[in-house]
Design a binder for this molecule. Sequence first.
Ligand code: URA
Length: 431
Amino acid sequence: MHTVDLIMKKREGHALTQEEIKYIIENYTKGNIPDYQISALLMAIYFKGMNDEEAKNLANAMAHSGDMIDLSLIDGIKVDKHSTGGVGDKVTLILGPLLASLGVKFAKMSGRGLGHTGGTIDKLESIPGYKVELKVEDFIKQVKDIGIAIVGQSGDVAPADKKLYALRDVTATVDIIPLIASSIMSKKLASGADAIVLDVKVGHGAFMKTEEEAEKLAKLMVEIGRLSGRKMTAILTGMDEPLGHKIGNGLEVYEAIETLHGRGPKDLVDVTVEIGAHLLGDANIEKDFNRAKTLLHDALHDGRAFNKFLEVVKAQGGDLDVLSHPEKLLSKKLEYVYAESSGYIEEMNALEIGKAAMRLGAGRETKEDQIYMEVGIDLHQKIGSYVEKGDVLATLYVRDKGVDEAKRLILNALSIGKEKRDIELIKKTIK
Ligand code: URA
């Protein structure tokens, strides 16, 4: 097989076979095919697309390019969730302990944040001592012992995806639905869970700006997972405004703790419980969706979910004292953003607010950037709230940079008007 022939085949709009995709991925991972040929192939895919079969074959080839984590030593059904990335999305921090407190095995490998969206691993690292790197054997042992582990990617999971994603990033070929679907699913397939819920975000703060695009991506990922023998569900959820009120690593752990004590903001609780109810069904713990939701609400309110969070933080070496005093996670230096007029909040552009948090130092613009755990934004209002001119719209937890720019970004992200808008949070479920 010759790479140039495969580039030409795709350029002419033909589908690549399973063997051809395997050949490309195996040889690219080994360094036998140069970046310039893969760049040309990616651009051909950008213009000619890929069918579902090609996307499934690509996901599987990338999954098999490195370690396939074998969770079969853990009894029962192992579950995982994935969010396509949003602002203020701290669902994993709550959902994991919540499900584990109800007997579900939650074996989660998470990522770091880049750009305006945060990553679960960075958030957990704001807890002093929390170890995000566990050997695969220790990861498995912890899930067997306490039902949950949340770690960074252990072992060498989908190295082909890592290499390809870095190339897509610099060749303007990131936003191609079959490539996004196969990239996400390669890591999910390699991570070994039996049942997966995907939270596909829609709106200004998300990868997918329209419901139509989000639905296409969701359906393709569900199909890829199902064809590979996994139980799959995708939900489309709104990212027109940040999820919850708090954005930034320590602030998001703070809000997760509040939620694990039964005091979470409604939108955050609703998304967490929706995903949780699907996974309780998949794990054969409660098949009735409404009864599953009740179980989840109960565990958030009666201390079981928070106690499981204490267990996982303890098992991974984190400082338990900050979980009782989460204000220790936050900067003491505060700034405020004030409303410049009176009325209802009609818009709260999540992308711009995510950028504001990044300017304060909560996120990375490049992989090398250092992040500050104690900075971020606490939004006091949501879309539909009424404010008077001069009210505090947001408290900023700051350090030494980005304050003026963050204030300007937040004010530009908000529009205040006469209309009391309601927004739809959970838009669609795809099984
Ligand atoms: N997230 C991924 O993991 N891969 C993509 O291609 C896009 C988002």
